[in-house]
Design a protein around this ligand. Structure first.
Ligand SMILES: Cc1cc2nc3c(=O)[nH]c(=O)nc-3n(C[C@H](O)[C@H](O)[C@H](O)COP(=O)(O)O)c2cc1C
Ligand code: SF4
Length: 628
């Protein structure tokens, strides 16, 4: 049996564990170079037991500049060296991610035409790319060769090539995008084989991994699992490992789905490719693998030899070390809220449960011990739990008081929203850690007088309603999720925020058989879900569930039996049948005076800010002590 946390042999090298930290966009770069932030980010995962770290995919040719801080391989030598040096002491193998995004890139930064096998506009950007001629194809192959050579010279253990969802190599391999009349069109894997040959010459016996789209979810023309099994069999002898992935330009959200898709969704696909390669190369299971038990089971079942757990190690850099020690890693709940950085704000990678991820160079490490003191934490939501956890870790005697009967606060309520049950795992973990660390917890106790030095994390209350209520029933979303019974008849969800709450509640109600409508002032329901990649899927789910979408509408009046809406452009008024209105508006702080405050009681935001605030409040208390 292969232990997830045990060593593995690959191309004559030994990994300390079978867990891979896959290539992903971080926005940690300085210009197009890898930065000291990258070094600290990868070193933390190596120290935590990662078997293989694949660095952020670097463009092999300057025709590719897919996002502002996308690394350019030619500039990555010093960064790769530093990353290899910082990871090597932990035994972790470090591979350079190499690729070219082709027509799925952006011309905004490079200011030149996008490269593609054929003139097929990209589904997302709609930009028409240029068709590569032989000289450019040659330059591309040489770009892969030179980049791989530089990676090897920089001390990397090898490279991982990208023929996955966002790649020019996939665009050549797929009939969706390759409509050429020449030999590269007749033999769609020819470019891939040429690149693999050139890279092998460049890296010698170092590792070559290949990320390969094995199901483009476009069976009318794209790569299907059947075709991919044949392709994988053909390529097996040329690579040291294969990572079968799913998706293409046709299926953006399949690339890195959120918590609406089951963990380990590629198990069957990976099993099929493993069978096809017949032991001639290793395979890596990929696809929302966040549960170590599921990863171990996949190894036991022979699905793969290694497992990619990328988001799981963003959520907890010490995942492998903790599993080895029999401890519970901080769970990745697949929220996609902070680690998905490809949005218009260009944020740095982080995690809702582990805000230090991506911020290793500036945020202090939490370990270390202080002279013990007694600290009272008021409020047992994520902010209070995190404050208590950090203080207890550092040796303080902590008392945590929560006025309700359970810990977890709004995070547990959030887990009741349709499709978001996984959020409860983070609440469970925080609660488990607080109890394990010996925090003295009392629930059902209200604190009114706040002693000096206490941390206040008392959460939020329902916010104002900027519409007139002349009759009917209005229920706050939190009361609904806490189990308040609704009267019979149509439900209308008032959602001026446009995030996961209104959409998820509408889904929940519709799934329960209620005729449901959702009101938004925007042109699209759930606009904020663009940030997590769920916007299109969420609208599909709402439509499939039969939810009425009242867009471009302001809620003006609530009456018994109906609500009055006003069109945002024409001011025209209309009625919508309504037996009960569910209010999902912004919330307001529920606070106590004085002391150090954290989380929603400062300003109601998300779990990420609550945990970050809780951690900062704990460290502020620690620092104050150090000054005394
Ligand atoms: C109904 C509801 C659903 C929520 N869903 C989420 C969510 O999916 N993700 C998130 O980060 N925050 C969500 N929030 C906000 C967090 O629950 C809230 O900011 C956090 O629990 C505050 O913690 P504190 O009370 O310890 O300050 C939701 C809030 C409500 C009222
Ligand atoms: S932000 Fe969400 S999806 Fe991303 S690593 Fe953290 S828990 Fe996982």
């Amino acid at each position: 049996m292969s232990a997830l946390t045990g060593p593995a042999e690959i191309a004559g090298r030994t990994t300390p564990s079978r867990v891979l930290f896959g290539p992903h966009e971080t926005n940690l770069g300085r210009g197009r170079m890898l930065s000291d932030r990258h070094v600290a980010y990868y070193a933390a995962r190596a120290a935590g037991g990662a078997g293989i770290v694949v660095t952020e995919t670097a463009s092999v040719h300057d025709s590719d500049w897919p996002y502002e801080r996308a690394p350019l391989a030619a500039l990555c030598g010093p960064g790769w060296s530093s990353i290899a040096d910082s990871c090597r002491p932990h035994g972790t193998l470090v591979l350079a991610g190499l690729g070219h995004a082709g027509s799925q890139g952006s011309s905004a930064f490079g200011q030149s035409a996008l490269w593609a096998p054929s003139r097929v506009p990209d589904v997302a950007s709609r930009e028409l790319p240029m068709e590569l001629e032989d000289a450019e194809i040659h330059a591309l192959v040489e770009g892969f060769r030179e980049s791989a050579k530089l990676a090897a010279e920089s001390g990397m253990d090898g490279v991982e090539l990208d023929a996955g969802q966002y790649s020019l190599l996939r665009q050549f391999a797929s009939a969706l995008t390759n409509q050429r009349g020449d030999t590269y069109g007749g033999d769609k894997s020819m470019l891939l084989r040429e690149v693999l040959g050139a890279v092998r010459e460049a890296v010698g016996d170092r590792i070559i991994g290949l990320r390969l789209s094995c199901d483009e979810l476009a069976p009318w023309a794209g790569l299907t699992p059947e075709q991919a099994a044949v392709l994988a069999g053909d390529l097996a002898a040329s690579v040291d490992y294969l990572v079968p992935v799913r998706g293409s330009a046709m299926s953006g959200s399949a690339t890195r789905p959120d918590l609406h898709t089951e963990p380990g969704f590629n198990l069957d696909l990976c099993r099929r490719i493993t069978e096809a390669v017949e032991g001639r190369t290793l395979t890596v299971l990929q696809g929302s693998v966040v549960d170590p038990a599921q990863a171990q089971q996949a190894l036991d079942d022979g699905v793969a030899s290694l497992v990619e757990m990328t988001r799981a190690q963003i959520a907890d850099p010490d995942l492998v070390a903790k599993v080895r020690a029999g401890a519970a890693p901080r769970p990745c709940v697949l929220s996609n809220q902070k680690c998905r950085v490809r949005d218009n704000r260009n944020p740095i990678v982080a995690c809702i449960g582990e805000p230090r991820s991506g911020h290793e160079t500036e945020d202090p490490a939490l370990d270390g011990a202080d002279e013990p003191r007694e600290v009272l934490v008021i409020g047992g939501g994520p902010a209070g739990l995190e404050a208590a956890r950090v203080l207890a870790m550092r040796g303080h005697r902590v008392e945590l008081r929560e006025r309700s009967e359970r810990l977890g606060g709004m995070l547990r309520v959030a887990a009741e929203v349709g499709g978001r049950a996984r959020l409860a795992k983070l609440a469970d973990w925080l609660e488990g850690e607080v109890r394990r660390l010996g925090v003295h917890v009392s629930t059902g106790t209200e604190v009114t007088d706040v002693p000096g030095g206490a941390i206040v994390a008392t959460g939020s209350v329902a916010g104002p309603r900027n519409y007139a209520v002349h009759g009917g029933t209005v229920v706050d979303v939190v009361d609904l999720l806490n189990g308040v019974e609704l009267p019979d008849g149509p439900v209308v969800v008032a959602d001026p925020v446009g995030d996961f709450v209104g959409v998820g509640v509408a889904e929940l109600l519709a799934a329960g058989g209620k005729p449901t409508a959702i009101i938004s002032q925007d042109q699209v329901i759930g606009t904020q879900l663009a940030l997590t990649g769920d916007l299109a899927d969420a609208n599909t789910r709402l439509q499939q569930a039969g939810v009425t979408l009242a867009k471009r509408s302001l809620l003006r009046e609530v009456h018994a039996g109906h609500v009055v809406l006003e069109d945002v452009f024409t001011a025209e008024r209309r009625e919508l049948p309504c037996a009960v209105l569910v209010h999902c508006g912004h919330r307001l702080p529920d606070t106590l005076p004085g002391a150090v405050r954290a989380g929603d009681c400062v300003a109601p935001r998300t779990v990420h800010e609550a945990i970050l605030d809780g951690r900062r409040a704990a460290l502020a208390v620690v620092r104050e002590r150090a000054l005394v």
